[in-house]
Design a protein around this ligand. Structure first.
Ligand code: FMN
Length: 294
C-alpha cells in the first residue's frame, strides 16, 4: 500500500529522514530505520568540519532556525562509521563540496544505496546554496557524480532555485530532485539587540515553510520527468498526502523528529488508515492534484 520507487530505489514507505536532523550518529539511524523507507545522513565533505559555535539551533513557534554550519566528520571516517548501519531501510548519504573533483572522490568513498548532493544549505559561504546558485557548476557536479558511481544521484535544491537550474540538472541526468532545504532566516534578541545565532543568520525549517515547499513541488511536477522528493514542514500524515498529490514520489521529514522520535511511525499509521479507507495505494495519489488542461 505504501511502497514507492524512486529512481529504482524500492522504499517500503514514502517517508525519508531528512539530512542533518539527527546529526551523524549511526546508532540513531539504526533506531529509526524500521520506521522509514530511507534515511539521509548529515551532509559530509572530504574533510572534517567543526561547524559554528552555539547557539546553532533555536526552537521558534513556527519551526526551527538552525545554523549548524555543516559540522561533520571527514567522509572517510563517516564511511567507516556507516558500516554499522543495520540496513533495515535504504541509506542515502548527503554530500557537500564545491568542485566536481571533490564530488568525484566523495561518491567513491561510500557503499550506500544513493547520494543526495547538497546544493542548498543557506548558511555556509562557498558551499550548499552558493554552489547551487551556479547553474553551470551544479550541472558539472551532477554529471561527474553520475559518471563516478552506479548508484542514484539526487540533487537537493532550495525553494528559491530557478526552474532553469532544475532543468539543467535533469539534463545532467540527475535521478531525483529533493526540494527543499531550509530558507534563510534570523532571530534577534531584543534585550541584547543582537542576532541570537552565532552565525547571525541561519535556515528556517518546520511548519512555516510547508505551503511554500508544497507549491515548489507542484510547479516542478509540471516541468520535470524525474521523481521529486518533497521536504519542508511535514508534521502529519495529511501533510504527506498533500505533497504526494502535488507530485512528490517520496517525502522527507526533519524538524518534526525534534519533537518526537516516533513521528514517522505515527505518520505511517495515519497514511495506512487513510489509504485503506479510500481503497487506494500511495503511488496512485502522486500528482493527483494537478488540473488537467486537456
Ligand atoms: C538542525 C538541522 C540540520 C540540518 N542539516 C542539514 C544538512 O546537513 N544537509 C542538508 O541538506 N539539509 C540539512 N538540514 C535541512 C533539512 O534536511 C530539511 O531540508 C529542512 O529542515 C526542511 O525540512 P523540515 O521542515 O521537515 O525540517 C538541516 C535542518 C536542521 C533543522
Amino acid at each position: 500500500m505504501l511502497e514507492v520507487e524512486v529512481a529504482n530505489l524500492k522504499l517500503k514507505n514514502p517517508l525519508i529522514l531528512a539530512s542533518g536532523i539527527l546529526g551523524s550518529s549511526v546508532s540513531t539511524l539504526n533506531r529509526l530505520s524500521e520506521d522509514f523507507g530511507a534515511v539521509v545522513t548529515k551532509s559530509v565533505g572530504l574533510k572534517e568540519r567543526e561547524g559554528y559555535k552555539n547557539p546553532t539551533v533555536i526552537n521558534l513557534s513556527c519551526g526551527l532556525l538552525n545554523a549548524v554550519g555543516l559540522a561533520s566528520p571527514s567522509a572517510e571516517k563517516f564511511a567507516d562509521e556507516l558500516k554499522k548501519f543495520n540496513r533495515k531501510c535504504k541509506l542515502i548519504v548527503s554530500l557537500y563540496g564545491n568542485s566536481p573533483e571533490e564530488f568525484e572522490k566523495l561518491v567513491t568513498t561510500f557503499e550506500v544505496d544513493a547520494f543526495e548532493i547538497n546544493l542548498s544549505c543557506p548558511h555556509v559561504k562557498g558551499l550548499g546554496l552558493d554552489v547551487g546558485s551556479d547553474v553551470e557548476l551544479s550541472s558539472k557536479i551532477i554529471k561527474i557524480a553520475k559518471r563516478s558511481t552506479d548508484k542514484p544521484v539526487f540533487a537537493k535544491i532550495s525553494i528559491f532555485h530557478s526552474l532553469e537550474l532544475v532543468k539543467k540538472l535533469e539534463n545532467a541526468e540527475v535521478d531525483a530532485i529533493t526540494v527543499s532545504n531550509t530558507l534563510p532566516a534570523m532571530k534577534i534578541d531584543i534585550l541584547s539587540k543582537k542576532p541570537i545565532l552565532s552565525n547571525v543568520f541561519g535556515g528556517l525549517s518546520g511548519k512555516a515553510i510547508k505551503p511554500i515547499a508544497l507549491k515548489k513541488v507542484y510547479d516542478l511536477y509540471e516541468i520535470l520527468e524525474v521523481p521529486i522528493i518533497g521536504c519542508g514542514g511535514v508534521t502529519t500524515f495529511e501533510d504527506v498526502l498533500e505533497f504526494a498529490m502535488a507530485g512528490a514520489t517520496a517525502v522527507q521529514i526533519g524538524s518534526v523528529m525534534y519533537y518526537s522520535l516516533d513521528s514517522a511511525k505515527i505518520i505511517v499509521k495515519g497514511l495506512e488508515a487513510f489509504l485503506r479507507s479510500k481503497r487506494c495505494k500511495y503511488r496512485d495519489l502522486i500528482g493527483s492534484a494537478h488540473i488537467s488542461t486537456g
